[in-house]
Design a binder for this molecule. Sequence first.
Ligand SMILES: [Zn+2]
Ligand SMILES: [Zn+2]
Length: 254
Amino acid sequence: MLNLHTHTTRCGHAEGTDREYIEAALKAGYTEFGFADHSPIDFREMFQGNPRLRKEEVYSYFEELNSLRKEYEKDIVIHIGFETEFYTDIFEDNLKTFRDAGIEYLIQGQHFTTFADGKVVPSAMPSDNIAYLENYLDLLRGGIKSGAFTYLAHPDLIHYTGPEEIYIERMTAFLQDVKASGMQLEFNRLGYFDQRNYPDERFWKIAGSLGIPAVIGLDAHYPWAFTDLDTISRIREYLSGLGVEIRQPVIRPL
Ligand SMILES: [Zn+2]
Ligand SMILES: [Zn+2]
C-alpha cells in the first residue's frame, strides 16, 4: 500500500519523530510513502491560531525530510508533500512558496469553508446550514479545477446535519463531477479509527454506486498508524461491502 498522508510534529498536534514514522513504515512493510503535513495558510488572520506549520518553516520541513529521505533511500522511497486548503484568492501565492521549497505534491484537506464577509466555518462542525455544504463543495471543485492536487483528503469531512435528501442530492452531483474529472478520493483511516463524522457512509455508498474507487490515506498523526494493519483490513472489508474498489494513489507532481 502507498500512503501519502503522514503528518509530523511541526503541525503542533502530531506525535513522534520523523524517523519514527519512517521506521514504522518500514516495519509495516511499506516500500514507499509520503509526508503531507498541514501547510501554512497565509490568509485572514483567524487561521494563525490553528495548529499547522508556519510559513517560515516550509523550507526546513523540506530540508529535514529530504535529508532523511537520502539516508533511507536504499530501504524506502519517501515523498514530501503538503495537505492544504484551496482558497481562490491566495492559492497561486501558496503554490509558488511550495514549489520554491521543493514540495512534490499536494492533497486537498478542506478543513474550513470561508465566505465573502470573512466568516470562517470549520467543515467538521455539525450544522444544517446548506450554505456551508455548498461552499465546501465549491471549494473542493475549485481544488479539482486547479489541477494542483493529487487527491482529496477526507472529502466527506463536511458535517451536514440537514435533510438527508439534500445531502444525497448535492453529494451525488459532486461525485458525478469527481468521476468526470478522474480526481482520486481518500478514505481516511484516522476518521474511521476514531469514529468521527467522516468517513460518511452516505458518501461512500454513492461513490460505490457510481463506480468511483477510493485510495486509503492513513492521516498518520502518530507512527503506529502504519503498523495498525488490523484497521486497514477492517477498512478493506467495509469498502468492499459498499462496492467501493480500493486503488493505489498516483502522485500528480506539483
Ligand atoms: Zn492534523
Ligand atoms: Zn486533514
